[in-house]
Ligand binder design. Sequence first.
Ligand code: PLZ
Length: 445
Amino acid sequence: MVRQRRNLVTELPGPRSVELERRRTAAVARGVTSTFPVYVAEASGAVLVDVDGNSLIDLGSGIAVVSVGHAAPRVVDAVRTQVGRYGHTCFMVTPYEGYVAVCETLNGRTPGRHDKRTALFNSGAEAVENAVKVARHVTGRQAVVVFDHAYHGRTNLTMALTAKNQPYRDGFGPFAPEIYRVPTSYPMRDPEGMTGEEAAARAIEQIERLVGAHNVACVLIEPIQGEGGFVVPAPGFLPALSAWSREAGALFVADEIQTGFCRTGDWFACDHESVEPDLITTAKALAGGMPLAAVTGRAELMDGVHAGGLGGTYGGNPVACAAAMASVADMEVGDLSAAARRIGTTVGHCLASLQQTHPGVGDVRGRGAMMAMELVRPGTLEPDADATRRIVRACHRAGVVVLSCGSYGNVIRLLPPLVIDEGLLDDGLAVLAGAVNEVLTTPSR
Ligand code: PLZ
């Protein structure tokens, strides 16, 4: 167990990290980048220890993955035990209980008490692809409706579903056809006072006019957008879209890959407005750091696909399944939804007080342990990506890992492990506040 405190013994990145970065440049493809090139040697809870012996506070959780903390003991034990028994058989060849147990757990935990079925995959993008496969197969329709600022992955189909050109799509076309993008609900940038229902009506009008309701296989949406900037839709937006989808005979598919598993203070972000998606995609926090993803949905829909129509060599790998059972157990035992709500209160206070001091903090939003601030030129809605970069860099130099996001690169998001202790979170937030004060009061831009 690594001591849960921040402690710097070199500048960041330190000499060993710099040396590794040199090797990396000569070996790793340039297309794969790192936000903060500090090389990790060990981690536990909410602390990363780098190869130079520095202890950093992790407020990113490997992009919302290690919600149960780094090297969570229950997960580590489950992985060790499983890998010692067998590491792979391929569920499509000779099955094992762990896969079934994860599906039972997801069927029980995801929104809605209806009969469900689940299929397991390796990555979030793969889960989204399979949700679209199911939706097209069972509806016999082709059109997929997605939203401005959406992020769903980097494979060919999911690149097409993702909104932002740089860095995700640029030069990687042609993209999959029959994808239609409509406006989302983005309260900060929507007309003043626009309700969730009005934003939904704006989207629906476009769907009906440009696509035709009877052509829509599914409406695919992140209930709170992740990469797009932690955009929380106005209340009523999701329920209205879900109701319209039902009426139109289209599936309502929630991508809860980033929002799922206690992150927002509920098991799933859809729970907040009692929305019951027909299909839900999960990944990230599901398996506490092992690669695992899932599509869960109404039994009659999931079972509408012919036998053999879904699968993959590694999907639902036994080690990843063991990690998932342990990670979900940690969430239950530790009541990590409550922890996320507590974190949300603490982070919310910090960000709100920064917003009061600095007109450059244009918006503070999020839910539970998924909070963010959007930076703008004071007095405008003009995104300030430069200040965002400088604040992130200042946090990094001080040993606090924070991430940016947003279509305009001007959102700083906080995704701490849900097991972070209060003192450590306070220290991380103090560093962030210091960085914001420094950057937003320095006029040299
Ligand atoms: N859907 C909502 O957040 C992954 C991507 C980081 P994979 N988000 C982090 C990057 O730059 O690649 C994500 C998500 C939502 C789908 C995905 C895709 O999940 O496991 O990365 O394929």
